[in-house]
Ligand binder design. Structure first.
Ligand code: THU
Length: 129
């Protein structure tokens, strides 16, 4: 699976985003080392604070299928700048792949690449020992 194909999965799943409050739809697709792909969208809630980001929904789908070895995360959003995972999602992703590669694209095709350990250094340092 190429980076472009993974972005296409994220673009597709984004159509299912449940974002009636922010109207900001996000699609995420996680590629695992054995070639499986797990997708997720943001799932908003009327309480606002219970909203789950697309990245964490994709993570939950992967872990629920027994997949922990994440290789690449693709994100698609409709924003001027490609979206960058929030702090909570960075910490959750770092549980499984502290050096995860992330590619993020907006719907006009502007693309940015990140690495999780650059976005969240010392993700586990000093926690539980
Ligand atoms: N959101 C994501 O799903 N992923 C991100 O990386 C940024 C933000 C969602 C959460 C909320 O539903 C909406 O976008 C606005 O913040």
């Amino acid at each position: 699976m190429t980076q472009a194909e993974l972005l296409e999965v994220a673009r597709e799943v984004r159509n299912h985003a449940y974002a009636p409050y922010s109207h900001f739809a996000v699609g995420a697709a996680l590629l695992t080392s054995d070639g499986r792909v797990f997708a997720g969208t943001n799932v908003e809630n009327i309480s606002y604070s219970l909203t789950i980001c697309a990245e964490r929904v994709a993570t939950g789908a992967a872990v629920s299928a027994g997949a922990h070895d994440f290789e690449l995360l693709a994100l698609v959003s409709d924003s001027a700048q490609p979206v960058v995972p929030c702090g909570a999602c960075r910490q959750v992703l770092a549980e499984f792949a502290p050096e995860l590669r992330i590619v993020s694209s907006n719907i006009s095709g502007a693309t940015a690449e990140f690495r999780l350990d650059h976005l969240l250094p010392t993700a586990k340092q000093g926690i539980l020992g």
